[in-house]
Write a protein that binds this ligand. Sequence first.
Ligand code: NIG
Ligand code: FE
Length: 389
Amino acid sequence: MIHAHEPFAVTNIGELVTNDPTFGDGLLGVLSNAAVIIDHGLITWVGSSSDVDRTIPRVDMQGRAMLPGFVDSHAHLVFAGDRAGEFAARMQGQPYTAGGIASTVEATRAATTDHLRMNLARRMQEMRACGVTTVETKSGYGLTIADEVRLLELSGEVSQETTFLGAHVVPAGITVDDYVEQVCGPMLAACAPLARWIDVFCETGAFDVDQSAQVLQAGAEAGLGLRVHANQLRHGPGVQLAVSMGAASADHCTHLDDRDIQALAASSTVATLLPAAEFSTRSAYPDARRLWQAGATVALATDCNPGTSFTTSMPLVIALAVREMHFTVEQAVWSATAGGAAALRRTDVGRVTPGARADLISLNAPSYQHLAYRPGVPLIDQVFIAGVA
Ligand code: NIG
Ligand code: FE
């Protein structure tokens, strides 16, 4: 019996992804026949399984692969209703327009808080079953002060990585200028204490570059870190804006030109790719080789939301990134773990190294490569969050 408050070892790990190059070869710092010692929720030692003291309690992985839990740095988990009909129509050739967001806003406003909490709990359970141990989640389906506060309060019950996305779209009955003023004024004042980040949908039909800059500037002044929904539906100024304002992440990056890639590579802004959104909107996938070759930091995330990507599966995201965006398997696994951590500016997760939080997942497979090689198969075996399975 393992007690989380006593040190214990996870042994006989066939292949361990550490993301720490001091432990092994390549981007993933892979160790064979490895073990990890966990104490009070933290990793205290990483090494060879044969070096573990015989007296320490152990969990035997029987040769399975292990890796850091997935860090899903972009999700919209608090909402009511779904848009299955919109998805089905898209698969028959209808284009995605952000207009569908309004129907989710309507359903979310009408839902009770208990109902929203139950939906959120279900999605968190799915995330965990898919190996996610850190998840960012945004507001953005309330779009009134009271509703945005409600969504962020619920988000804060399940994650520290909460993002105020009042600037998702302009709700009905208000001009864009008046709405931006509200987002930057009283809505931000009410939401900033509940959020770590602020995000804006910088896109034709949502917020233009000046409005987006205004929202981000106000968020920064309120002490929030910056994230941007950038260059999703067409090429636009979102990526350049994210970089110039020092955002932690520019998300989607579906349409990038060479200048965007150079700007990302020369900055600390992470390019977060969301292949399940391209999948579910039947869009062309960006080619990630351009970003990797230029030296940009690349993350992968689910973008779980009812409109463009209703999945909680990071393994699906990895498989799509490899098959459709030309990531190597190593790059995809790195981006889904260490890359996500970089996008959230976290150093305590996304790596298996002494001092990191003991967030680890084991696979019903001998190698991390199976995450892409066996698409759609539930490979996640055990999930440890801060050492607790
Ligand atoms: O990340 N692009 C804006 N927001 C979401 C989609 C929201 C929706 O369609 O409900 C996204 O794709
Ligand atoms: Fe999104």
